[in-house]
Design a protein around this ligand. Structure first.
Ligand code: WQD
Length: 329
């Protein structure tokens, strides 16, 4: 299939481009480099040995998107092009609503105009709000604690409502848990600008001496060791989940969790990272981070039943691949 990957130069987008190219699909990427760089496009082509077509474009720009759709016949769109920092979304709500919601509207309008019926959307476990884990796709969504999460809820609703008007529209709403790790080549990876919002990139920066100490946000949660529990999933497993979703996508709206179904605490991840990589990660338990949940992990039965997909890579591989990418990027 010929797939438009919006945000394909980003962390998850670039890994999904690798999986798409290696599965024999052809890929067109549109990305404005707001949170990525062109060298990622070069790396994707280098490690797959395949070419992709690339446009530096903002997918909230309807004219730019129309121009791309006029030059290609797409069999599907995968939409990764969104801002994703929870804390930043609280400080800059308008930027998040404009970018994350308008991009979904613009891409969906283009699909309708050009008869593209497959749409895969990069959603997030954040939409579950403070529902109790394991989180199942059938749960009613609860208010999230931040504009970022609300933009994901709104985008899911837009796609669901559009699908009600056209029985041929086939939508996958993929709810990611905590993506970590990197392609085993070490050529791709998370390259957060400034202070990392997420745990794994912070651990990596402490391990390499770029930061003195990892702040552990809260040691008094009702969890195995008092620290926050999350469902960490290797980004290549996540990427392969997109290929599975695309290949099996039928008309209608299909909500699927992409996680491992296993919860890991902050301290368990720190210990695993130290053991796998033979490094030290000094940490200090500090106050809870506002908006954080105690536990968040996926129910994974639907992904297995509907997509024939399960996450395969271990926590050790996630830690090893995160560390390798950091050292080579
Ligand atoms: C994980 C755990 C923190 C940093 C967010 C978004 C989610 C998705 C992934 C985009 C928590 C603890 C963290 C640190 C810490 N983003 N932590 N010290 O908050 O589960 O999910 O990122 O799609 O939508 O909500 O991920 O990596 O920020 O935190 O102790 O320096 O690590 O408290 O328990 P989170 P995270």
């Amino acid at each position: 299939m010929n797939i438009l990957v919006a945000g394909g130069a980003g962390y998850i987008g670039s890994h999904t481009c690798v999986a798409l190219l290696q599965s024999g699909h052809s890929v067109v990427v549109a990305d404005n480099f707001s949170n990525s760089s062109h060298e990622t496009i070069v790396a994707v082509q280098h490690l797959t040995g395949r070419k992709l077509t690339f446009y530096e474009a903002d997918v909230t720009d309807a004219a730019a998107v129309e121009s791309i759709f006029l030059q290609h016949r797409f069999d599907g769109v995968i939409h990764f092009a969104g801002f994703k920092a929870v804390g930043e979304s609280v400080e800059k709500p308008l930027a998040y609503y404009r970018n994350n919601v308008l991009s979904t509207v613009v891409l969906t309008e283009a699909c309708r105009r050009h008869g593209v019926s497959r749409f895969v959307f990069s959603s997030s476990a954040t939409v579950y709000g403070d529902n109790r884990s394991p989180l199942l796709e059938t749960l009613p969504l609860l208010p999230t604690t931040n504009p970022y999460g609300e933009t994901k809820v709104i985008s899911e609703r837009i796609l669901t409502d559009v699908a009600k008007t056209d029985s041929s529209f086939a939508v996958a709403l993929l709810r990611y848990f905590n993506p970590v790790g990197a392609h085993e080549s070490g050529l791709l990876g998370e390259k957060p600008k400034g202070t990392p919002n997420n745990l794994m990139p912070y651990i990596v920066q402490v391990a390499r001496g770029q930061r003195d100490c990892l702040p552990v946000f809260g040691g008094d949660y009702p969890t195995v060791d008092g620290t926050g529990v999350r469902d960490y999933i290797h980004v290549m497993d996540l990427a392969e989940g997109h290929i599975a979703a695309l290949s099996s996508l039928k008309a209608g709206v299909h909500v699927v969790n992409l996680g491992t179904g296993k919860g890991t605490s902050v301290l368990q991840l720190v210990k695993a990272f130290e053991a796998v990589n033979g490094v030290r990660v000094p940490y200090e338990v500090v106050g809870r981070r506002p908006g954080d949940l105690a536990e968040c992990y996926a129910g994974v039965g639907k992904a297995e039943r509907d997509l024939g997909w399960t996450a395969k890579r271990s926590l050790a591989e996630m830690c090893r691949d995160s560390w390798r990418a950091e050292r080579s990027l």
